[in-house]
Structure formats: structure tokens, C-alpha cells
Design a protein around this ligand. Structure first.
Ligand code: KG4
Length: 340
């Protein structure tokens, strides 16, 4: 029998709905929220309100684009967490309402697991070559920086994570102090192409194990700007590309160091990445080079699946549907996660 799964994602500032039939992508609709741009970061209350406005048209559009009827759906998968509670509540409540109306099961999905499982989405026009278990997934976004050991689709362990800021946050916050628009990651990525990645020295963390830290880097970037701006008020304008290139190269070096360490120590050579920062062209290049050097098989997600999207939620839901792993109506969102 077909597994026709509707996925709903509302953990941060993207409202998304997607339909997968037996793991094959039929539709993936994403409504971004521009309302946050003026604030240089996501404002949780505004995000929840925008989700409320978007959720009905986005789900309707996903079902329409998929060419199915909602009464054909086998189950609805929704992101239960981690994320912003108010935002998650919109998707969770909507899923509960729709499964009740359709009398079908509901599947809760961990947002981080969904990012990992995005690699298993089948697309009609793309070769299917998902990572082989066990593999490591570097998950880097605005809210996450983790190295996840993936033993199976339902057996994942966070072996390293940031003890303070996420990698995307480092991009966004440093972009903000340079007067660049939000989100800063894509802008820094673009400007870095014209800059010298060794123009300045920024501090690198000394954290044990596979954990990350980005707040020291952020602080050293701020001090660099403060000191140089005292001498030259035009410093940022005159050195923007070099500043971006140095910052990006340092973030990539920090990310890669721990990933290489984990891969060596655990003797794993299947490496996947996910999350918004995995769209970074410098990181993709560095991973491709590392793959040659360390004989890794590297799995880079299509750009559409790097940021928050419901296709990955529907994919995680598909795996759970196969195990009949459904959740009760009492399921409530959660904001943080320490284990998976
Ligand atoms: O996964 P995502 O859409 O959701 C959140 O966790 O919020 O990731 C968003 C993050 C932002 O911090 C953004 O600056 C970063 O991903 N990002 C990038 C690039 N594209 C998005 N960072 C670096 N380079 C990029 N090309």
C-alpha cells in the first residue's frame, strides 16, 4: 500500500508543508518570513503569528501541487521540536486538527533527525544515493551545530555539539556588526569570494571532545572591529570582503577539525551534512577536499533541503510510518534537545 505522508514544519521562521509518496517527493512548499529582517534575527512572537497566517495556504498548496486529495493521506508528520515553542505549537495544533478530521495517525518528528534523514528523500530527477549506516552527520544551522552519529534511521546519537552559539549564529551576529543584512550567512558567503581568508587572525576555541564553541570567535571578531575602527572609521567598509573571508574560513576550520577527529576516531568514512549553513560554498568546497584527503564518501544535500523544509519531516515520518510509530494527541512541543 502507498505511504502518502504529509509533513509539516514550523520550528523556526519557515512555514513548510510537503507530501511524499513512499519516500518520493511530490511537493515541498515553503513560506519564508521577511518580517524578521528589520530586527536582524528571528522574533519568536512574530514568527508564531506568521505561521498562523501561512499554515493553511501552505498545506493546501502542498496537497494541490502533489496532485493528491487530503483524504488519500496515510498519516501526518509534524515537527515536535526542538525549536521555538510558539512556532511549534502552530504546526502541532494544525496537525492534531487535521488528523482528527481525517481520522488518520499522527507522527511526531524530531527536527534534528529530520535534517539527517533529508538525505533519504527520493526525487524523480535525481540519482538516489543516500548515506550508508553508520555515518556521521554535521548539522549546522542558525540554531544547531552538532555532529551526529547515525547508526540507523531510528538510532542517532549527538556526539558533539556547541556549548554556546551555533555556527549560523556566528555568521549572523558577525554580519550584523558589519552592517550586513539578515540572515548574514549567505551574504558573507558571497562577499568572501573576493576576500583574503588569511587577512586577520581570529581566536579559535579549545574545547574538549567533539564539542564546538563559537562565542569566543564572535568576541574576537568584535574586538578586532572595535580596535581597528578606533584607528580608521572606514575600516569595515574598506575591508568587508577580507573580514568575511577570514570569518568564514575560521568557522569552516573549526567545523572541519572536529568532524575529521570524529571520523578518524570512530573509523567512519560516510559523511553527511545538513542545516542552513551546509549551503555555504566554502564549507562545501572544504568538505569535498577533505573527502579526497581522508577518502570520505561525502553527502551534500540539495540546496532546497539544507534549510528548514517539510520534505525532510515527511521523510522522517515515512520511516516512522513503516514501524507504525505514531504519537498520541497529548504530544506537546519541546524547545530543546540534549539527546536524540
Ligand atoms: O537551517 P536553517 O534554515 O534554520 C535555522 O536554524 O534557523 O539555517 C539558517 C542559518 C542562518 O544562520 C543563515 O545565516 C545560515 O543558515 N546560512 C548560511 C548560508 N545560507 C544560510 N550560512 C553560511 N553560508 C550560507 N550560504
Amino acid at each position: 500500500m502507498d505511504k502518502l505522508i504529509l509533513g509539516i514544519e514550523s520550528s523556526c521562521d519557515d512555514t513548510s508543508a510537503a507530501v511524499l509518496r513512499d519516500g518520493v517527493l511530490l511537493s515541498n512548499v515553503i513560506a519564508g518570513q521577511t518580517v524578521h529582517e528589520a530586527y536582524g534575527g528571528v522574533v519568536p512572537e512574530l514568527a508564531s503569528r506568521a505561521h498562523q497566517q501561512n499554515i493553511i495556504p501552505v498545506v493546501a498548496q502542498a496537497i494541490k501541487q502533489a496532485g493528491v486529495a487530503k483524504t488519500d493521506l496515510s498519516a501526518i508528520a509534524f515537527t515536535r521540536g526542538p525549536g521555538l515553542l510558539g512556532s511549534l505549537l502552530v504546526g502541532t495544533s494544525f496537525a492534531k486538527g487535521l488528523v482528527t478530521a481525517l481520522n488518520i495517525p499522527m507522527i511526531e518528528v524530531n527536527h534534528l533527525q529530520a535534517h539527517v534523514l533529508a538525505h533519504f528523500i527520493r526525487q524523480k530527477d535525481r540519482d538516489y544515493d543516500p548515506p550508508k549506516f553508520p555515518f556521521l552527520c554535521l548539522l549546522v544551522s542558525g540554531g544547531n551545530s552538532q555532529i551526529i552519529l547515525v547508526r540507523a534511521c531510528n538510532d542517532m546519537e549527538i556526539i558533539g555539539q556547541t556549548i554556546d552559539d551555533a555556527a549560523g549564529e556566528a555568521f549572523d551576529k558577525c554580519a550584523k556588526v558589519m552592517g550586513l543584512p539578515y540572515p548574514g550567512g549567505p551574504v558573507i558567503d558571497k562577499l568572501s569570494k573576493e576576500g583574503n581568508p588569511k587577512a586577520f587572525a581570529l581566536s579559535k576555541p579549545q574545547v574538549a571532545g567533539y564539542d564546538y564553541s563559537f562565542s569566543g570567535l564572535k568576541t574576537s571578531f568584535l574586538y578586532l572591529l572595535r580596535d581597528r575602527l578606533r584607528e580608521n572609521p572606514q575600516f569595515v567598509e574598506q575591508n568587508r570582503a577580507d573580514l568575511c573571508a577570514t570569518l568564514q574560513a575560521t568557522i569552516i576550520e573549526i567545523l572541519l577539525n572536529k568532524l575529521v577527529k570524529a571520523a578518524k576516531e570512530l573509523n567512519i568514512n560516510e559523511i553527511a551534512v545538513g542545516g542552513g549553513v551546509s549551503a555555504n560554498s566554502g564549507l562545501r568546497l572544504a568538505l569535498t577536499e577533505a573527502a579526497e584527503r581522508y577518502r570520505w564518501k561525502i553527502h551534500l544535500p540539495p540546496l532546497a533541503f539544507t534549510t528548514d523544509n517539510a520534505a525532510m519531516v515527511a521523510m522522517a515520518g515515512t520511516f516512522k510510518y513503516e514501524r507504525q510509530d505514531f504519537c498520541p494527541m497529548e504530544a506537546v512541543p519541546f524547545s530543546r534537545v540534549s539527546a536524540m
